[in-house]
Design a protein around this ligand. Sequence first.
Ligand code: SAH
Ligand code: TYD
Ligand code: ZN
Length: 405
Amino acid sequence: MKFCRVCDSPIEPFMSFGKMPVANAFISEKEFNNEYFFDLNPASCSSCHTFQIVDVPEQEKMFHDHYAYFASTSSIMTKHFKTLSEEVLKDHIKTDDPLIVEIGSNDGISLQHYSKLGIRHLGIDPSQNVVDASRKKGISTVCDFFNRQSAEKIIDQNGKADIIIATNTMHHISNIREVVSGAKILLKKGGLMITEDPYLADMISLNSYEQIYAEHNFIWSVSSMKYLFNLYDMEIVNVIPNKYHGGCLRYYLAHKGSYRVKQSVGLYLDKERNIGLLEQNIYKKFHHLCKASRQNILKLIDKIKNNGKNIVGYGATAKSSTLINYCGLTKEHIDYICDSTPAKQGLFSPGAHIPVVSPIEFSNKYPDYSILFAWNHKKEIFQKEKNYLDQGGKWIEYVPKINIT
Ligand code: SAH
Ligand code: TYD
Ligand code: ZN
């Protein structure tokens, strides 16, 4: 029997995506026979309503010295976190010499905005290569997993935090109770924790099942976050939505009673109940939609290939690993995936072993069709690749539905 990682109740997956590799584990040819696979089985806990993957690979298999995701590859996300830093400094700082701690600071995409202003800050991230990139920018960063123990170390060396930031990270960490337990002791009285992740209701409404993969061990909702933080006497005091990564929620969290709870929290809790997010039925329907999406994608690709045209992928996203492997796509279907991240180029996609190349290869010889795997960066990519359409190329989008332009 399996148990919920938030409330320990027995838990049953509502479907299986089958055997999956770790989504960011791009590999070289010599590693093909040694690849790690696990069963990707999502579940929604009937007691605390946390949406989670039931079997999770060990965190050391996902976060290490060759982690493939460098957040700063997106200029739009860089701007987004600059805006967040402006909000933090203007609205949320109450002391003279504040300390900002970021959990999952990656290559410093967020903390750079504080470090440039000489504000006390500390990033913590277990992936050595992104930590190196962050330190090169002059950002103070510890290479470690955030948990109760590392939180104690941070407090010993730096004192408590005024602000804790954890964007696109809360869904990555399987031992999530350790994180909240660490945040509880690290956060000053009157301090604020700000997290932001893909939102379960948006994932369901877009049928963007690709959001589920190892590392995305959880897809959070207001109901499940409320339950989790309540275990440590903390509460959500505000919730703000945005459209990044296909729809995220930003949660503002604090020690219970230290802030006035905004109306948004109650409104979201009502919404989640009303749309059926707390019932199992919605996940049965979601399962059917996943199967239908797989059928439609395969039908379209077969049709294009039968017409003698070629297809490539644009953006070797971690997300696309779920889609590619669930649909059984290989390099027979997709010639290559282009991606601007040097660390991914020259390697092969996890599971399907599709070569990853630089976008230069794409612009040197435009393909007939390109599947936009980085659909969440559509605006930036379409802008960058304007010539492709002018030269007769076609984009295939598949979220929320298949669309060819
Ligand atoms: N905050 C950035 C990066 C998110 S990627 C952004 O919003 O874009 C998630 C990061 O979390 C990765 O760099 C990964 O190494 C890190 N991470 C994973 N487990 C962690 C843990 N237990 N503690 C701290 N960081 C962790
Ligand atoms: P992203 O969607 O942010 O995350 P995930 O891997 O978690 O699904 O990844 C975007 C990928 O797309 C990243 O590998 C960089 C790549 N990319 C490009 O190749 N060109 C671009 O213009 C942009 C914005 C991203
Ligand atoms: Zn639970």
